[in-house]
Design a protein around this ligand. Structure first.
Ligand code: SAM
Length: 266
């Protein structure tokens, strides 16, 4: 019971609360982010401010998005932070990051030790705002970082790999053991840096919704060959014309081949 209480707050499982309490890891994350005073930093899930306080020392202003009302109130009342902080008590999954970038008049630098139960949908939500985000630093389950950077022909390569690699350059930063958190999660964690591509995009698709549908259909039936899993979208002849072997499975196609298919779909 007691290991769920940290700084007088009872950690809520439904909000994925595992609080960082390892100074070395915290310093390493701040060193990776390198916050600068005039930048628009945005933290998702500040919790008990383990990252918020050290980041705030480098910047004039910081926006945080926290779903837990008790934690949001603690942040508002925090004497070290209150004049630097805008606290938004909201579900980050429904937050409009465009509006914030407009208000601040700057591209956003997003970071957070993400609640693991929503980290994948949250990254998909953020990809929609890739053009107004400079970079993102996230603590994730190590397994999710492995999937983010996975190459084709491996079991870790999936829809998240294709979509994340379409949108971003992805750089793993450091691995973090369960003992760095209170309460300790059951799995290993890792910090990753995601840099959305701007004009330097390595891949081009005409309609991102098609890429999204294509990867969903392919990976929902990842054991099937694409002649079957993509039969609603492409005939065998069309796949052959694009020089994509219909007998491949979802995990055998490169990001480039997914983009080629997305652009060929009518
Ligand atoms: N940043 C703190 C730290 O490193 O110690 C807390 C990290 S904890 C893993 C995740 C935080 O995200 C919690 O404060 C939790 O309340 C918050 N959170 C959970 N779901 C959220 C959501 N949908 N939107 C915004 N914050 C959320």
């Amino acid at each position: 019971m007691n290991n769920r209480v940290h700084q007088g707050h009872f950690a809520r499982k439904r909000f994925g609360q595992n609080f960082l309490h390892d100074d070395f890891i915290i310093e390493s994350i701040i060193a990776a982010i390198q916050p600068k005073s005039e930048q628009a930093l945005v933290e998702i899930g500040p919790g008990l401010a383990a990252l918020t306080i050290p980041v705030s020392k480098h910047v004039e202003h910081l926006t945080v998005i926290e779903i837990d009302r008790d934690l949001a109130n603690r942040l508002i009342e925090n004497p070290i932070l209150n004049n630097k902080l805008t606290v938004i008590e909201q579900d980050a999954l429904t937050f409009d990051f465009n509006q914030l970038a407009d208000q601040l008049g700057k591209p956003l630098r997003v970071f957070g030790n993400l609640p693991y139960n929503i980290s994948t949908p949250l990254m998909f939500h953020l990809f929609q705002y890739a053009n107004i985000i400079t970079d993102m630093h996230f603590m994730l389950q190590k397994e999710v970082v492995t999937r983010l950077v996975a190459a084709p022909n491996s079991k870790d390569y999936g829809r998240l790999s294709v979509m994340a690699q379409y949108y971003c350059q992805i750089i793993p930063v450091l691995e973090v053991p369960p003992t760095s958190f209170k309460p300790a999660p059951k799995v290993d964690s890792a910090v990753v840096k995601l840099i959305p591509y701007k004009k330097n995009k390595p891949y081009h698709v005409n309609d991102i919704k098609v890429l999204s549908r294509l990867t969903t259909e392919a990976f929902n039936q990842r054991r099937k060959t694409i002649r079957n899993s993509l039969s609603n979208m492409f005939t065998i002849e069309q796949l052959n014309e694009l020089n994509i072997d219909p007998n491949l499975r979802a995990e055998n196609l490169t990001v480039q081949q997914y983009c080629l298919l997305a652009n060929a779909w009518k």
